[in-house]
Ligand binder design. Structure first.
Ligand code: AGP
Length: 620
């Protein structure tokens, strides 16, 4: 979820680029850098940590007598530059790995967001061409390729480079031979062009340049933007021209920071397809490269038991993870709320793998549980969204979700990212232990890879229906959520979302447990939200729903497309694409997130900062 900014125009651009990066800070990053061209030469400054570190590095450079910048007119006719906030994917967080990256000669520089999946092969191919990369990053590989393909036309070199890249990414390139030109390309990652008076911006988000222009050209997938002399031309990867469509953005800055969405939570719900795609790419790379250590095949075979600990939504992700690990890898798994685990004198021993799940990486109870397990000889794996967080220091191994910074207190995109990462881990263990036929593992992998597209489809198809439903039920005093197996995980998480942001009392239960107590809560018109996507228990669930309806309660169901029986049992049904029952956790949660969201908005509540809740709970 790195941030990109580029500028080409007549103003000195170091300050403009830095200001653009400031506006992209919310995306999360662990290093930053700028490269800009002024008065006939290219300068580059990079720093680990936040933008204050970059600012100090720029000041140190200026104090050392190098060119200064003040936002005034450049002495040369044109200035151009690129900037980046990097969230490490390939290679450690070092100044050397920070962007911008250049080819070996330093004439081509790029900033890149996303992941180049085939960068190892490309790096090997470059080595055969006697070009050695000096960093561990995929971005440098791209810079080297552009330089290799350069034959007097940067856009052509970019186009030829893109044709050999796989993965999803956006990048912006500059080159010494064409000092008045920037070339940007996007494939799945965002990139927008800002059109000013004789100047152009390019960035991951409009917020990076909104102060300077509201005229925007949104690039579509696969489009290449060539920016020079105040004009942008757009091509596809075959070199065919596209007509750039300019729009005027009238958002205020606050709205802009949310990419035009009314709240961070809604923006983050819409970012789920990207969060899943990035997490899958990253975890696949990490797990296949884990030749040794806590996740290597030998260690995977030696695991006798897994214990998953987490709090709130992360605990719910753990419940989904348990089902996948037990079903696919046939390893016994326990899941515990971290605050209980740490005090119940749990039995953990060498051979136990303890997985601490925490998006923030700073939750006090989860950290304490991980520490306790480690002290008792267990191997501890952290699953977190935050590089450099405490969880990464308390663990023997770390797997990162790549959801980007989540600002809304209610977890949404980090949840789906955690679930898909745990599914990847389960498949990895299954393969290492020979627990699943290869064809079945491959089929599940393909289904996982289809999830981003499916989630996008669900968001589009259910959003307005969920709003209407939420507005109709806005003053219901209580909601009961029911589900079985993977549907129960969704019910628990859906109920948590509603209570967190709308303050409406909810309860969530395994549907088979209903008649052992919660059925007493049902009265005429009580809304019951039922997750009916797990077809292994569908007939049982339908019987439970008959009992619900016999009490006059109203059933709202989430079901799989093509499930005909559910319509007889529910007043309102939302359908999600058919997938493996476990994978449907990721699809079925989306309508319930949107339902909670719209209900809270209909109550005029602040969904991003619900009362009494903090994003990171660093106290017990
Ligand atoms: C989720 O919507 C909540 N904000 C909360 O339950 C959260 O999941 C919990 O506090 C755990 O946080 P963590 O993932 O950062 O450890």
């Amino acid at each position: 979820m790195c941030g990109i900014i580029g500028y080409v125009g007549q103003r000195r651009c170091q300050g403009l680029l830095f200001e653009g990066l400031k506006r992209l800070e919310y995306r999360g990053y662990d290093s930053a850098g700028l490269a800009w061209r002024e008065n006939g030469r290219t300068e580059c400054v990079r720093a680990i940590g936040n933008l204050e570190s970059l600012s100090s590095a720029l000041a140190a450079r200026a104090a050392a007598g190098e060119a200064q910048d003040s936002g005034a007119l450049a002495t040369a006719t044109v200035s151009a530059g690129i900037g980046h906030t990097r969230w490490a994917t390939h290679g450690a967080v070092t100044e050397h790995n920070a962007h911008p990256h250049s080819d070996w000669s330093g004439r081509v520089r790029i900033v890149l967001n996303g992941i180049i999946e085939n960068y190892v092969q490309l790096r090997e191919w470059l080595a055969e061409e006697m070009i050695e990369c000096s960093s561990e990053t995929d971005a440098e590989v791209v810079a080297q390729l552009i330089s290799l393909h350069y034959d007097g036309d940067l856009s052509d070199a970019v186009r030829r480079t893109v044709s050999v890249l796989s993965g999803h990414f956006a990048f912006v390139a500059m080159c010494d031979e064409e000092p008045d030109t920037l070339v940007g390309i996007r494939r799945e990652c965002p990139l927008v062009v800002g059109v000013g008076e004789d100047e152009l911006f390019i960035a991951s988000s409009i917020s990076a340049f909104l102060r300077h222009t509201r005229r925007v050209v949104v690039l579509h997938d696969g489009e290449i933007a060539v920016m020079r002399h105040g004009a942008v031309t757009v091509f596809d990867v075959d070199g065919l021209p596209h007509r750039p469509q300019e729009t005027h953005v009238d958002w205020d800055e606050d709205r802009c920071e949310k990419d035009g969405f009314e709240t961070f939570m809604l923006k983050e719900i819409h970012e789920q397809p990207a969060a899943i795609a990035e997490t899958l790419l990253q975890s696949r790379a990490n797990l296949t490269q884990a030749a040794d250590g806590a996740l290597g095949p030998e260690a995977a075979r030696a695991i006798s038991r897994i214990v998953i600990v987490g709090c709130g939504t992360s605990y719910h992700a753990g419940l989904a993870g348990r089902m996948a690990v037990e079903r696919w890898a046939r390893v016994p798994v326990e899941v515990d709320v971290a605050s209980e685990f740490r005090y119940r004198e749990p039995i953990v021993e060498p051979g136990t793998l303890v997985i601490g799940i925490t998006q923030s990486g700073e939750t006090a109870d989860t950290l304490a549980a991980m520490r306790l397990a480690r002290a008792q000889g267990a191997t501890v794996l952290a699953v977190t969204n935050a590089t450099g967080s405490q969880a990464t220091r308390e663990a023997d191994a770390v797997l990162f979700t790549r959801a980007g910074l989540e600002i809304g207190v209610a977890a949404t995109k980090t949840f789906v990212a955690q679930v898909v990462l745990l599914y990847h881990l389960a498949l990895h263990l299954a393969r290492a232990r020979g627990a699943l036929p290869a064809a079945e593992a491959e089929a599940l992998q393909r289904e996982l890879d289809r999830l981003p597209g499916h989630v996008e489809q669900v968001i589009e198809s259910v959003d307005s229906g969920m709003r209407v439903l939420a507005e109709r039920l806005v003053w219901s005093p209580f909601f009961l959520y029911l589900g079985r197996l993977s549907g129960l995980v969704v019910a628990l998480e859906g109920a948590l979302k509603l209570k967190e942001i709308s303050y409406v009392p909810t309860d969530a239960y395994a549907a088979g447990e209903m008649k052992h107590g919660p059925i007493a809560l049902l009265g005429h018109d009580t809304p019951v939200v039922c997750v009916a996507t797990d077809d292994r228990v569908l007939p049982k669930l339908l019987s439970n729903l008959s009992e619900v309806r016999a009490r006059g309660a109203r059933v709202l169901a989430v079901a799989s497309e093509g499930c005909k029986q559910i319509a007889e049992h529910a007043e309102h049904v939302v359908y999600v694409p058919v997938s493996d029952p476990l994978l449907q956790v990721v699809l079925a949660i989306v309508p319930l997130q949107l339902f909670a969201y719209h209900l809270a908005r209909a109550r005029a509540l602040n969904v991003d900062q619900p009362r009494n809740l903090a994003k990171t709970v660093t106290v017990e």
